[in-house]
Write a protein that binds this ligand. Structure first.
Ligand code: NDP
Length: 676
């Protein structure tokens, strides 16, 4: 049998394994199938290449350009996923597991591509929050901005998700504009290597955007500086060792950790046997125990059920677990494959024995179980094992020992507060789930337990058809947890991108803020164009381009007409005495929507032109009422432009309405689609 040589990709070159290479065994047969690692890898050369070649190339691109790049890379990987599936079986993963790892990884990249286009600017600076008023007259303002770190992100990944584990970190990093060096866990690095080869082969990434270390990192971490980031997934022990590296501490290198987690799932007190929630709970727990043979950072390790349902849960869960066909993951009948290695299997058995000191094994015998299509002695197979802990209050190991395999412990609770106490005994987890149809229970758990978990997942009969599963981290939602889970945070939409950027508070005049943020700020210089802005195409409009309209007087007839025409005869517009009794109005006033309509009438250019559609209106505020006899005028400024496609782009206009005394009457942002 040929042994695959798993290379690293360093400074634009593939480097084959060399001195210090480690053998990698098949999870199914135990035979050596690959070799990876090279002590002579030039890690300083890799860091230099990322910092000097990859970083500048990525930073030159806008967020939208990088988002488009991610979308194209994800599509390319999607076309070649069969090759990754074929290889990934060797890690013990089934076809269903591939969907989570490979399709899930590609899907995550697509979501970041889409969020980058929709939620980030087509520019180089990401604005965090609104402008802060720091002065009485508005000549000195504040704004938080994010710009890409100018170093390199070193991603150290766990063995369990060789593709998703990489892509969930790579996507936000590249979108931020930061190059990365990926170091997968050696046990499954051959799948990651193929995925990196595909990404490079696509020709879509600039040189230096991604490099790969197959095998050990050498002393790379000793060479990191203040512009670099380490994002780690793996064991608490390794995280502790790496994050306490003196160079990392001295240079305040960002260290994002996602490590052990004793995730709990609570069955609500309302979810008694016979309810849809009870069945759902059993199904979710069984799925979490067996998917990826339980090697999931989010898997349910602790099952927390009302005391009076514990026996029923054990019976129902055991019945489902008994149907789990264990075997060669390539077989269609197999529901649970192997653990990644025999070393991992030994580790799980050791941890299960520790849990066994405080809990009784009520399902699954590691010495007696069937394996289909493979040799149970040679491959890293284990059956699902369910433990019952009768005294969860005095127990400690069941709350702190992560058996990273198909192992879970059930424990009973007396009331919701007790369930919360048990869930929190994990001292920080990635996710806790609550299966309940009672919103009051959900709220009690959220308040009592939220601070201990990175994610709370609620499910019941109303959401179960569309829910995404306790164990699935979603690119839109935060992944990471406090305490034992590492204290890190990944994903969570654009939040995940900002972990690779520096947030800087900017203070200065409106012109300075407008120039930096590529967005017009009220008070900044107005640009006057010769033609009406609605006659100018998307590309011709400049940020800050402004028009001032003539004034229009609002009459009582206008108010009466609008009221009768629309049916909005609210007393404040119709009844002087009643309006006067209202603390907001001096007497009868014009409708706010009448003012908006008049404003449109004042600024619109009626002829066919580049404005294709009015697509919305944001942040509308009415500041001062307008009475009959008052007049209004409008200022319309180009605030921000966002390209949508090759034909048109969105223009965000800042609109203010002022009265005859120049007092602000209303303010809003108008959105139009303008032809290119
Ligand atoms: P490790 O912590 O041993 O390894 C995680 C990553 O760190 C791997 O890429 C590993 O590389 C790398 N690594 C280890 N030592 C160093 C070092 N000195 N310098 C740089 N990189 C290093 O975890 P495993 O993947 O082996 O899993 C072991 C246990 O971790 C599991 O049994 C489980 O308990 C826990 N785990 C928890 C996860 C979670 O998210 N909750 C996820 C995965 C694992 P290499 O493979 O080459 O050693």
């Amino acid at each position: 049998m040929t042994i695959q040589q798993i290379s690293s990709f360093a400074a634009g070159e593939w480097i084959a394994p060399g001195a210090g290479a480690r053998n990698i065994a098949s999870a199914i047969t135990g035979d050596v199938i690959a070799s990876a690692g090279n002590n002579d890898l030039d890690v300083q050369g890799m860091l230099d290449y990322a910092r000097n070649v990859g970083g500048p190339a990525l930073r030159k691109m806008t967020f939208h350009e990088r988002a488009k790049m991610l979308k194209a890379v994800a599509a390319y990987l999607g076309k070649h996923k069969q090759a990754m599936y074929d290889l990934s079986f060797e890690t013990g993963a089934t076809q269903n597991d591939h969907l989570i790892d490979i399709d899930g990884g590609i899907g995550t990249m697509f979501v970041f591509a889409s969020k980058g286009r929709r939620e980030m600017p087509d520019g180089h600076v990401y604005l965090d929050g609104d402008v802060e008023q720091l002065s009485r007259n508005g000549t000195f303002l504040g704004q938080h901005i994010c710009t890409p770190l100018q170093g390199v992100a070193v991603h150290i990944n766990a063995f369990n998700f060789p593709v998703w584990g990489m892509l969930e970190k790579v996507a936000p990093t590249l979108l931020a504009g930061v190059p990365c060096i990926v170091k997968p866990a050696t046990n499954s690095c051959y799948v990651t290597e193929l995925c990196v080869r595909l990404m490079l082969e696509s020709g879509l990434l600039p040189a230096g955007a991604i490099q790969l270390v197959s095998g050990g990192l050498g002393d790379m971490l000793d060479r990191l500086g203040m512009q670099d980031v380490v994002s780690f997934t793996g064991s608490a022990q390794t995280a502790m060792k790496l994050r306490s590296n003196p160079v990392i501490l001295e240079n305040s290198v960002r260290f994002v950790a996602e490590q052990d987690s004793l995730n709990g799932s609570i069955l609500g007190p309302d979810a008694q046997p016979g309810t849809p929630e009870f069945d759902l709970f059993v199904k979710e727990v069984q799925r979490e125990m067996t998917t990826k043979a339980g090697q999931k950072c989010t898997a349910i390790r602790r099952i927390i059920a009302p005391e009076n349902t514990v026996q029923a849960v054990i019976e129902a869960l055991s019945a489902r677990l008994a149907k789990t066909v264990i075997g060669d993951p390539r077989l269609e009948t197999t529901r649970m494959g192997a653990l990644v290695s025999n070393g991992q299997k030994r580790d799980v058995l050791e941890k299960a024995a520790i849990i066994g000191q405080e809990a009784e094994r009520v399902f699954g015998d590691p010495d007696a179980f069937d394996v289909e299509g493979a040799d149970a002695e040679k491959g890293a197979f284990l059956p699902p094992m369910l433990f019952h802990c009768a005294n969860p209050d005095s127990a400690e190991r069941v709350h702190d020992t992560e058996a990273f395999g198909p192992v879970s412990t059930i424990m009973g609770y007396r009331d919701v507060d007790h369930a919360i106490e048990l869930a929190n005994k994990g001292l920080g987890s990635l996710v806790a789930s609550v299966i309940t149809h009672d919103p009051a229970v959900a709220r009690q758990v959220a308040l009592g337990s939220g601070a201990y978990h990175g994610r709370l997942y609620f499910n019941n009969r109303d959401s179960m058809k569309e829910s995404t599963g306790h164990g699935s981290p979603l690119p839109h939602m935060v992944h990471g947890g406090p305490g034992r889970a590492g204290g890190g945070e990944e994903l969570g939409g654009v939040r995940g991108v900002t972990h690779y950027m520096q947030r800087t508070a900017i203070q200065g005049s409106p012109d300075i803020l407008s120039a930096i943020g590529e967005k017009w700020v009220p008070g900044a210089t107005e640009i006057k164009a010769d033609a009406h802005p609605f006659t100018r195409r998307y590309g011709e409009l400049a940020i800050g381009e402004t028009m001032h309209t003539a004034a229009r007087t609002v009459t009582l007839d206008d108010i009466e007409h609008f009221a009768n025409f629309t049916g909005d005869t609210f007393y404040a517009h119709m009844d002087d005495a009643a309006a006067e009794r209202n603390p907001f109005f001096p007497g009868r006033v014009a409708h706010g929507y009448l003012l908006l309509s008049f404003a449109a009438g004042l600024f619109v250019e009626p002829n066919e032109g580049p404005v294709l559609a009015n697509t919305g209106l944001d942040n509308l505020r009415f500041m001062k009422p307008v009475s009959a006899g008052d007049s209004i005028k409008v200022r319309l400024s180009v605030k921000k432009k966002t390209q949508r496609n090759d034909e048109y782009g969105e223009v965000r206009w800042h609109v203010t309405l002022t009265n005859q005394d120049d007092e602000l009457v209303a303010e809003y942002e108008l959105l139009t689609m303008n032809a290119y």
